[in-house]
Design a binder for this molecule. Structure first.
Ligand code: ATP
Ligand code: MG
Ligand code: FE
Length: 332
């Protein structure tokens, strides 16, 4: 089984080829046009996808050693994501599958973030809990099987990646600021400043409060000292990151206890965060958890994870028709 997979949900154009469940490559073109706007501009994202898609697909096929004629199916991200961005990938996948006379496989991007754990060893065993933390989502997912997942908790407002990026923006850092907060936090004191930890019912999260808290905190301190940010950047980053991680792990611990599960995975762009990874190592020895963290390149948006999901759908015979449409708010 050879599948070509395409990812175009946000601002990464990516293509990958998977052969009998083994990822052969993972070509990613990142869009830089958004940097100066401090966030992804949807219209510019879809235009950039149009420019990048054909070269990226070409490279994926060429470097795989598999010819177009040997492909068994074409897979693509159906949602969730930006409608204009999704449309580019969906339309391209449809035309290619139609031209080659092979089936189409629609993939849920959030399921794929979780299935990134099956690209390489060590792989979690079912059932496990996955904390999916990305630019658009914050979810606790009970993973019962490859394609059988249940969201047991999620954010009621912003995603944690958004909280990282918005904090970075308030600090005057470029977009996406998450990785920069991570970098500066490394040499900062996480207890230097105190920010409120939201207290949400059950397994829900809330990240909109901290954004406002950081805004007022900076405004008040800048009034006294115009150089407050530059003089305290590392401590501010460490303190905000500490608070965000606390909010995540607090609910993760609760979920693990409630479901009596010790196999814990993290997925999505924020799982690249070194503070979160460290904290999970601590928790794994404290609670006897087995913790799974994907390789860095499979944390943020990539087509390899879409290919992995497509492989399992192929095995189950789950294909879609040429009349399929993208779903910006697709649920797991
Ligand atoms: P979704 O998957 O919900 O549709 P998305 O695809 O935009 O959203 P990803 O690409 O999975 O999200 O992740 C991007 C997010 O990850 C951004 O918010 C970015 O700041 C954050 N991020 C990446 N690396 C780090 C890091 N080291 N520390 C904190 N945040 C990070
Ligand atoms: Mg992205
Ligand atoms: Fe994503």
């Amino acid at each position: 089984i050879n599948i070509l997979a395409i990812e175009s949900s946000c601002d990464e154009t990516s293509a990958a080829v998977i052969s009998d469940g083994k990822i052969l490559n993972n070509i990613i073109a990142t869009q830089s046009v958004h940097e100066k706007y401090g966030g992804v501009v949807p219209e510019l994202a879809s235009r950039a996808h149009q420019q990048h898609l054909i070269p990226v697909v070409h490279e994926a096929i060429a470097s795989s050693g598999i010819s177009k004629e040997e492909l068994s199916a074409i897979a693509f991200t159906r949602g969730p994501g930006l409608m204009g961005s999704l449309l580019v990938g969906v339309s391209f996948a449809k035309s290619l599958a139609f031209a080659l006379g092979i089936p189409l496989i629609d993939v849920n991007h959030m399921q794929a973030h979780i299935l990134a754990h099956f690209i390489e060893e060590p792989k979690p065993s079912f059932p496990f809990i996955c904390l999916t933390v990305s630019g658009g989502h914050t979810q606790l997912v009970l993973v019962k099987n490859y394609l059988e997942m249940e969201v047991i908790g999620e954010t009621t407002d912003d995603a944690v990646g958004e909280a990282f990026d918005k904090t970075a923006k308030l600090l005057g850092l470029p977009y996406p600021g998450g990785p920069l907060i991570d970098k500066y936090a490394k040499t900062g004191n996480p207890k230097a400043f105190k920010f409120p930890v939201s207290d949400m019912p059950e397994l829900s999260f809330s990240f909109s409060g901290i954004k406002t808290a950081v805004l007022y905190f900076l405004r008040d301190n800048l009034k006294e000292n115009p150089d407050f940010i530059s003089e305290n950047l590392n401590d501010i980053c460490a303190s905000v990151q500490y608070t965000l991680i606390k909010m995540l792990t607090q609910k993760l611990i609760k979920a693990a206890k409630e479901h009596k599960i010790k196999e814990i995975a993290i997925a999505g762009g924020v799982s690249a965060n070194s503070g979160l990874r460290e904290e999970l190592t601590q928790l794994s020895s404290k609670f006897g958890w087995k913790v799974f963290v994907p390789k860095f390149e499979y944390c943020t948006d990539n087509a390899a994870m879409i290919a992995m999901a497509a492989h399992y759908k192929y095995l189950k015979g789950e294909f879609c028709g040429l009349d399929v449409v993208p779903e910006a708010r697709m649920k797991i």
